[in-house]
Design a binder for this molecule. Structure first.
Ligand code: LLP
Length: 453
């Protein structure tokens, strides 16, 4: 099923003319998300992990059309907040395909999710603290629970997204068996869960394997004496003779990296899947593997289009001023993340004539900077691009994951628009925000004399 379905789509693979047309029609900054590519990524995941439950980490891209495509492809939804659950429900995921995995959820989110569970009892709530279990019980919830574990080992493209060892996530590994057994006395405990971190590259697979192995050990330990010790190290608490906990699944999280640099290798997904299966094995009878990729599903399906408004030579560098910045794509400012940038051309020379096609221009080192009043607001530094001219359209690649999702209105900038491509047809999936959108919540708060407390 994955024939003709390459493991990565590079920014150079997009059709420049179509992208320039979209920028002209819908203005910039503009996100473009290709649903066909989202479907291909889902297919590749399902083909690599045929026996696993594959859950899409909704936070990577919450657009309705993306969620619908993922749902139709057969993935479940992993939701980190009430808002994500709400979106997933609206996109047609039913309770049996919903996994709520919030970290320290606020009371109103727990109220909301407990309410959803009454109508959708197949929904699973993943919990990483005993206090959260108590708070769920206080709301009368006695349904499906998955225990989030801190496996003590993590991985990821940046320390800020390495979760596996970070104390805020999950119940410490050495207390996980006990906490899971205690939870099973109050709830229908169906799974255990851990997530190493985000953007795991080929050279970090050992850490991921270690996490997976620990989760396999824990599953066997919980399944009881006949299973404990069947795996590599015998589990965290192998001597216990407590009641067994029958798990439906062991969720080893998401985090599969995608290459951002043009020449970086793609993750060998079938090999990662094989290594994951081996590391977690043997799972107790009736227990399945589960994974929850976000980035892998949507990252290379999206680009951000931006327009060159100024080309400024300075003594140190040439600064290319564009209309997208950290409010549209935060990743470079927040994680020093690399995004490939391709000049699609279309601009004018300084003397007024059309600039030549990008392929005919010289590669020139430039810094691409956004319009935000922060020095960190750059999309790249000292990067060789086909010499930019004013009016050129630039495509910022691999922007489909954590792009629009992390956009803000800082500097009172309306968030960009997004078009979804479906079999080549473009539809506005999120309209561009207006200046009026910027003040809606203020005007609503103060109208009719009702002032916020
Ligand atoms: N499961 C859990 C519990 C998670 O916290 C995450 C991501 C995922 C799955 C999906 O991870 P993925 O497969 O997408 O790597 N804003 C950052 C990434 C933060 C990821 C947070 N958690 C970035 O732009 O790199």
């Amino acid at each position: 099923p994955t024939e003709g379905n390459p493991p990565v789509r590079r920014v150079s693979d997009w059709d420049a003319d179509s992208l320039r047309d979209l920028a002209a029609e819908h203005d910039t900054p503009l996100y473009v998300q290709d649903l066909d590519r989202v479907r291909e990524n889902c297919e590749r995941l399902l083909a690599a992990f045929p026996d696993a439950d594959v859950r899409y980490a909704v936070k990577a891209h919450t657009g309705r059309a993306v969620l619908a495509a993922v749902r139709d492809a057969g993935l479940d939804a992993e939701c980190a907040s009430a808002g994500e659950v709400d979106r997933a429900l609206a996109a047609g995921f039913d309770g049996s395909r919903l996994h709520y995995t919030a970290v320290n959820p606020p009371a109103r989110d727990l109220d909301y999710v407990a309410g959803v569970a009454e109508a959708e009892p197949e929904l699973t709530v993943t919990v990483g603290a005993t206090d959260t279990l108590d708070r769920l019980a206080e709301r009368g919830y006695d349904g499906r629970v998955c225990v989030r574990v801190n496996p003590g080992v993590g991985a990821g493209h940046h320390e800020k997204v390495t979760t596996g060892g970070a104390a805020k996530f999950g119940i410490p590994y050495d207390r996980a068996a006990e906490a899971t057994r205690a939870a099973a006395e109050r709830f229908d405990v169906v799974g255990i869960h851990a997530h190493a971190g985000s953007g795991i590259d080929p050279d970090q697979l050992d850490s991921h394997r270690e996490l997976v192995a620990r989760m396999g050990d824990l599953a066997r330990e919980l399944a009881g004496p006949s299973n404990a010790g069947a795996g590599s190290s015998g589990g965290p608490d192998a001597a216990s003779d407590a009641d067994p906990v029958d798990l439906e699944y062991v969720d080893v999280g998401g985090g599969f990296g995608v290459p951002y640099e043009e020449d970086a290798p793609a993750l060998d997904l079938p090999a990662v899947a094989e290594a994951t299966r081996e590391a977690v094995a043997p799972l107790p009878e009736g227990t399945d593997l589960a994974i929850e990729p976000g980035r892998y599903v949507v990252a290379d399906a999206g680009v951000l289009l931006t327009r060159v408004n100024a080309v400024k030579p300075t003594p140190d560098e040439t600064v290319v001023g564009v209309d997208a910045g950290m409010t549209d794509l935060l990743r470079p400012a927040m994680y020093d993340a690399y995004h490939p940038i391709r000049n699609l051309g279309g601009g004018r020379e300084r003397d007024g004539g059309d600039a030549p096609a990008p392929a005919e221009r010289e590669a020139t080192p430039v810094t691409v900077a956004g319009p935000i009043c922060e020095t960190g607001d750059t999309l790249c530094r000292d990067r060789a691009l086909a010499e930019p001219a004013r009016g050129d359209c630039l495509a910022v690649g691999v922007a489909g994951a954590y792009g629009y999702e992390m956009a803000s209105q800082y500097n009172s900038r309306p968030r960009p628009a997004e078009v979804a491509l479906d079999d080549g047809t473009a539809t506005v999936a999120r309209r561009r925000e207006t200046l009026s959108d910027l003040t809606t919540v203020e005007r609503e708060a103060t109208s009719g004399g009702d002032r916020p407390e």
